[in-house]
Design a protein around this ligand. Structure first.
Ligand code: NDP
Length: 447
């Protein structure tokens, strides 16, 4: 990074947030790709937009106490970082995972601001969650935790203020418990959470949206070089919500998915993953991916996660978690002839691995563009809630497809306009940033 104002800004972020490695990593990546904007738009520098956009508008940290099945009091820490509301109400998921801390939530909220801007829908950026670990907890414990979490969060959200959604560890069950508690406390029916069940205001396609959207984006990226999913071998990491529906759409588009993982290890099924078996294990039984090999002869299970990237494939879709794909894995993928890597998870690829892909002319789609289908469909859920009606599966799916195509066009167009043709990381950051930046400038600064 050479631009003086951005170099100084990055140095001040490092000084003020010394322990927030994930946040600093995300901020560095974004600011680096905004250099041409800082050069071309002194008005935005003058208006302090760069300095303001990296600082959350509001950060909430709160105690979540709940009682476990043995009657013992447990205490977790809850977070909601309301990053930016320049273009609409704060919007972003809630993550329940032991690794959750302020740095992780800030990095996710910062990224969400640009992602939401790219969707073309009026949504600001936020993220939240807790270090609560849902693994091994009973249904009752999860319910009591979610209710306690919402008892505090309720004071800070609302359909016109902040609309949370799911993320790692927060699926339909958890959203249901949180929504129920919000309704009890507020005595109002509004679309305050997205990812709701279909019987109480949820949208069709929301469950599938991130995985499907990822494949629509990848399809557009491949189209630009005259390629498609047809006949391609695909490796997908994770086996949660995003991964499962990425498998479904990749197969519908003609690809063959041969591997999936969880935090314990990965499965390799050279004949093509049997998604019915995966859904039964992961969505019904909430089991481990290793159980797949018991049902599918010819498949193998391997301990450890990163080995999945040594499997030969044409398309790699990291859909598990941040920093899961490092330089060694990138080298293995390139050596095996990968042509496209698209991020279903948030920041799964480490910075040196991203550079390696770009240097080796591998098509690379950053998460903030490629996985925006989830939040885009959440935006469509908010829209249906406000109108008090529900669209059909095909109607929502078509809108999702249209949004993902326009995100691809916006990112590749911005990259070209700012002299970084083909660099979708820069393009997505620039396109996402400009809309928020113009809105911030127009709204002035409170003295
Ligand atoms: P889930 O909780 O449904 O699934 C996460 C999956 O990743 C699980 O299979 C988990 O395994 C696995 N996993 C976790 N850590 C690792 C690891 N180190 N290596 C391999 N696998 C691992 O989450 P989602 O599918 O919803 O989210 C996945 C990613 O996508 C996250 O980065 C999230 O922020 C992002 N995302 C999600 C959206 C959504 O709509 N759901 C929208 C946009 C982005 P285990 O069960 O062992 O923990």
């Amino acid at each position: 990074m050479k631009n003086k104002c951005l170099v100084e800004l990055m140095a001040s972020l490092e000084k003020r947030n010394p322990h927030e490695s994930e946040f600093l990593q995300a901020a560095h990546e974004v600011l680096e790709s905004l250099e041409p904007v800082a050069e071309r738009r002194p008005d935005l520098v003058e208006a302090g937009v760069f300095d303001r956009i990296v600082e959350p508008e509001r950060t909430l940290i709160f105690r979540v106490s709940w009682v476990d099945d043995k009657g013992k009091v447990q205490v977790n820490r809850g977070f909601r970082v309301q990053y930016n509301s320049a273009i609409g109400p704060y919007k972003g998921g809630l993550r329940l995972h032991p690794s959750v801390n302020l740095s992780v939530i800030k990095f996710l909220g910062f990224e969400q601001t640009f992602k939401n801007s790219l969707t073309t829908l009026p949504m600001g950026g936020a993220k939240g969650g807790s270090d609560f670990d849902p693994k091994g907890k009973s249904d009752g414990e999860v319910m009591r935790f979610c209710q306690s979490f919402m008892t505090e969060l309720e004071k800070h959200i609302g359909q016109f203020t902040d609309v949370p959604a799911g993320d790692i560890g927060v699926g339909g069950r958890e959203i249901g418990y949180m929504y129920g508690q919000y309704k009890r406390l507020r005595n109002e029916i509004s679309g305050v959470l997205t990812g709701k069940g279909l019987s109480y205001g949820g949208s069709l396609v929301r469950t599938e949206a991130t995985g499907y959207g990822l494949c629509y984006f990848t399809r557009e990226m491949l189209k630009a070089i005259g390629q498609s999913f047809q006949g391609k071998t695909v490796v997908i990491s994770g086996s949660g919500n995003v991964a499962i529906y990425a498998v479904e759409k990749a197969v519908q588009l003609g690809g063959k998915v041969v591997a999936l993982s969880d935090s314990g290890g990965y499965i390799h099924d050279p004949k093509g993953i049997n998604l019915k078996v995966v859904k039964q294990i992961k969505e019904v039984e909430r089991g481990r991916i290793s159980e797949y090999v018991k049902s599918v002869p010819g498949s193998t299970y391997h301990e450890g996660c990163s080995g999945i990237w040594t499997i030969k494939c044409d398309i790699a879709l990291p859909c598990a978690t941040q920093n899961e794909l490092g330089l060694e894995s990138a080298k293995a993928l390139v050596k095996n002839g990968v042509i496209a890597v698209a991020e279903g998870a948030n920041m799964p690829t480490m910075p040196d691995a991203v550079s390696y892909f770009q240097e080796n002319k591998v098509l690379f789609a950053p998460g903030k563009a490629a996985n925006a289908g989830g939040v885009a469909t959440s935006g469509l859920e908010m829209c249906q809630n406000s109108m008090r009606l529900s669209w059909t599966f095909d109607e929502v799916d078509q809108r999702l497809d249209g949004i993902m195509t326009s995100i691809y066009n916006a990112a590749s167009g911005a990259a070209k306009e700012y002299g970084k043709e083909g660099n979708l990381v820069a393009g997505a950051n620039i396109a996402g940033f400009l809309k928020v930046a113009e809105a911030m400038k127009a709204q002035g600064i409170a003295y």
